[in-house]
Design a protein around this ligand. Structure first.
Ligand SMILES: [Cu+2]
Length: 308
């Protein structure tokens, strides 16, 4: 009963907006991790660990100017500094591509880092594990629906819902390896789980005899604790381990963008054509002793239509 109460308590938090805090540590003479990708509304929290008196100053000029977006000393007496990259901040301190360089003044140029802020607006989400766009079509396999309205997969062993986020430009003519390319991040996976991005031509189910066909709901599969969303001519776009906080692509390589795979996902040589529509979904490992005990779960799906 206690476990059930805890599960219900955590379920009630899934539907809220996901403004995350991303930690960067100041260790000796480095920012760890140095290069991060966040979403609009997220907060970056720098924390002193070691190495003497540091600062965190925006830009690549050693000395701050009146237009420097943020700056503070981060040292044993003032060990924490936070900046929230919300819409107001981006409007006040605009930078090309919402990309912010920063550095430590005493240890410049060796001690520096970057923040890519993404707008989280590329593509359209379908097939969430919240009971379906048409309620009851389709429910998660073992009463593990996320709360209605959740954007993400069926509830997993971490009592979270894996949410796939697309950002960047779905152009088929960009060169590979750019952070402006189409990229995918994941939140809410089980800690350290292997996550594989796939894409297909259609949303399941596609059988005309299935009453859920055309409801954008997905389909139960005996393989998953979640729903199968992306089907037909399925391609895999690489595996990534989730971090201890269940993310992919925030402090680690995303799918696409500068994180690869080498050919990119949209881009020239990615194998997709302008005007083509694909549905992307992540399949992730899960604890086979928990949930529906199938050892795999899924995110929701994102529809992407490629552009010239
Ligand atoms: Cu420093």
């Amino acid at each position: 009963m206690k476990a059930l109460v805890a599960l219900l308590a955590s379920l009630s938090m899934i539907g809220t907006a996901t403004a995350d805090t991303i930690d960067v540590q100041l260790i000796n003479f480095s920012f760890v991790p140095a290069n991060i990708t966040i979403e609009v509304g997220d907060t970056v929290r720098w924390t002193f660990v070691s190495g003497g008196g540091h600062t965190v100053h925006e830009g690549l000029s050693q000395f701050p100017t009146p237009t420097t977006a943020f700056g503070a000393s981060v040292e044993p007496l003032f060990p924490i500094f936070e900046v929230t990259f919300d819409a107001a901040f981006l409007a006040t301190f605009p930078r090309t591509g919402d990309f912010y360089d920063y550095h430590c003044i005493p240890h410049f140029p060796g001690m520096s880092g970057t923040i890519q802020v993404t707008d989280n607006t590329t593509g359209i989400s379908f097939c969430s594990g919240d009971g379906g766009d048409q309620m009851g079509c389709t429910n998660c396999p073992c009463s593990n629906n996320a709360p209605q309205g959740t954007v993400g997969g069926c509830v997993n062993s971490a009592s979270t819902s894996a949410q796939l986020v697309a950002s960047g430009n779905a152009s088929v003519s960009l060169l590979p390896g750019m952070s402006s390319d189409l990229r995918f991040q994941l939140h809410g996976a089980p800690p350290a789980a292997l996550c594989v991005l796939t894409s297909g031509d259609a949303l399941a189910p596609t059988n005309p005899g299935n009453s859920c066909t055309g409801q954008d709901s997905g389909l139960q599969s005996s393989l998953f604790d979640g729903l199968r969303c992306a089907v037909m001519n399925v391609r895999r776009h690489g595996g990534r381990p989730a971090t201890a906080s269940g993310d992919v692509g925030v402090t680690t390589n995303p799918w696409g963008g500068e994180g690869g795979p080498n050919a990119g996902i949209a881009v020239a040589f990615g194998g997709f054509a302008s005007g083509q529509t694909r549905y992307f979904q992540v399949t992730n490992r899960d604890n086979s002793a928990l949930g529906c005990m199938r050892g795999l779960n899924t995110s929701q799906a994102i529809e992407i239509t490629f552009t010239p």
